[in-house]
Design a binder for this molecule. Structure first.
Ligand SMILES: Cc1cc2nc3c(=O)[nH]c(=O)nc-3n(C[C@H](O)[C@H](O)[C@H](O)COP(=O)(O)OP(=O)(O)OC[C@H]3O[C@@H](n4cnc5c(N)ncnc54)[C@H](O)[C@@H]3O)c2cc1C
Length: 453
């Protein structure tokens, strides 16, 4: 065998799995199709600033990402406590600061955004008896708190985080633990108890210097453990190897065919194989169907000379309700208002704003470009912004990077997991099985690697 373990996919899931395998003394090879590892957590440089091209924070839920950052000696920081906003057809309003996916833990405190009638309806949640649990997050919020909480708070937040609609998502997929915390029925109380049992401080944290430093640190750590990370290397075929006649059963394993650059496919083999890509069912030839690819998301980052943004007019950013027709973006992050390290690096008067485009099921009416992003940013931040203020920009398109955790997707994942359990030496991991977000991906990748050791 060429290696003790092969990992296909060099996103955070693959890198974390490889780190676990290598720390058990296994000679591990990571194969990554792109020229740069990190997947949705890679970085890029815009107007001289090193920024996150994808993920820019992590949920503290479960503690696994913070623990990983600590192991890698990465300084963890909290976002600035300036809150965030929602942009509605009827105007702008603040989002509840202690909510979960927009579900307020104190319905009355959201009245500025959902109106007095909406807040009264939402408060009924505290007294309504528990009835049968609806299948989707959207139905649950509508049942307990009414349609204003759903339309004005939860739908914009879920659209921003998962590029999906709450009516398409099961509660467990996007809010693990919420159903269990709802022992007495109330959603607000469940959110409150989840927030209280979470580690002290913010529900999401970042890394001083950007989340992409997690990838840099993982790569350095893997190199130190003797693990090889080969980029520009696409795995096109995976096949089981039977032990040669007379050989030990331990010679059974897996062969992958790898295309690197313009070289034709070359084989690599190992007794252990981790597939950290949503292409795993196809690579393994499983009759399970494919995971949901999710919406295509395009991020447009603008670096602007705009002292009018120094006072962070919309806090850390704005989520956009789907029915707000004056803006095409679904979310805006004001990076320099959210992260003190970024404000420091950019310098006073210079701002980083990032607009996110693409909702599941929504037809793309306008391909986002810098002009559209400037117009949207101007409307969302309530500040005129012109192209002569632009110091730099970048447009990054993400496909297959935010699988939509629908019921159908979960059924495929369950079928894949049970089929893979029958394949000796194989494990799968990544957001497509674990759920979107590093808080789900990191512990799942560790578990996948452990299952092979
Ligand atoms: C725009 C965006 C913003 C996000 N923001 C956040 C956030 O703020 N906080 C958070 O917690 N999460 C966030 N997420 C989600 C989080 O980044 C992902 O859930 C997580 O990074 C997924 O990691 P992964 O390794 O499973 O997949 P990926 O990062 O997609 O990595 C998979 C890798 O496999 C490679 N690959 C695929 N096929 C092959 C093949 N055949 N051969 C070799 N290599 C292959 C791909 O090139 C890719 O690098 C965001 C996601 C996106 C897209």
């Amino acid at each position: 065998m060429d290696w003790d373990a092969i990992v296909v996919g060099g996103g955070v899931a693959g890198l974390v799995a490889a780190r676990s395998l290598a720390s058990d003394g296994l000679r591990t090879l990571v194969l990554e199709a792109r020229d740069e590892p990190g997947g949705a957590v890679r970085g890029h440089t815009v107007a001289g600033l090193r920024l996150d091209a994808g993920a820019e924070s992590f949920a503290t839920r479960g503690g696994a990402v913070k623990a990983l950052a600590d192991e890698l000696s990465l300084p963890v920081v909290a976002p600035e406590p300036v809150g965030s906003w929602v942009h509605l057809a009827s105007g702008d309003g603040p989002l509840p600061r202690t909510g979960l996916l927009g579900i307020p833990s104190q319905p009355w405190s959201a009245r500025r955004t959902i109106g007095v009638l909406g807040a009264l309806r939402a408060s009924l949640d505290l007294v309504l008896p528990r009835s049968a649990d609806p299948a989707t997050l959207g139905a649950l919020v509508r049942q307990r708190m009414g349609s204003r909480v759903l339309d004005r708070l939860v739908r914009p937040v879920v659209g921003g985080v998962h590029a999906a609609d709450p009516d398409d998502l099961s509660v467990d997929a996007v809010a693990p633990g919420l159903a269990a915390a709802r022992s007495r029925g109330s959603l607000a109380r469940a959110v409150r108890s989840m927030r209280a049992s979470a580690p002290a401080g913010a529900a999401a944290l970042g890394i001083d210097g950007g989340m992409h430093l997690l990838v840099d640190a993982l790569l350095a750590d893997l190199r130190a453990r003797g693990c090889e990370v080969r980029t520009g290397s696409t795995v096109s075929t995976v096949s089981p190897m039977s032990p040669a006649t007379g050989a030990q059963p331990s010679d059974a394993g897996w062969r992958v065919l790898v295309t690197t650059g313009s070289d034709g496919p070359a084989p690599e083999s190992a007794p252990r194989l981790v597939l950290a890509t949503p292409g795993a069912p196809e690579l393994l030839g499983l009759p399970t169907g494919d995971p949901d690819p999710g919406a295509e998301v395009t991020l447009v980052t603008l670096v602007l000379r705009a002292p009018a943004l120094d006072h962070a007019p919309r806090g850390t950013g704005v989520l956009v309700a789907p029915e707000a027709a004056d803006v095409v973006a679904k979310a805006l992050t004001h990076g320099t208002a959210k992260w003190a390290w970024l404000a420091r690096e950019a310098g006073r008067g210079t701002h980083v704003v990032r607009l996110s485009y693409g909702r599941a099921g929504a037809a793309v009416t306008e391909l986002p470009d810098v002009a559209l992003a400037l117009r949207d940013a101007s409307r969302l931040l309530g500040v005129p912004l012109h192209d002569d203020q632009l110091l730099g920009s970048a447009t990054v398109r993400w496909t297959q990077a935010l699988p939509r955790p629908s019921e159908a997707h979960r059924a495929v994942v369950a079928a894949v997991r049970s089929a893979v359990a029958e394949l000796p030496g194989v494990a799968v991991c990544g957001a497509w099985v674990a759920g979107n977000g590093l808080a789900s991906v990191v512990p799942d990748a560790r578990a996948a690697a452990r299952s092979l050791v």
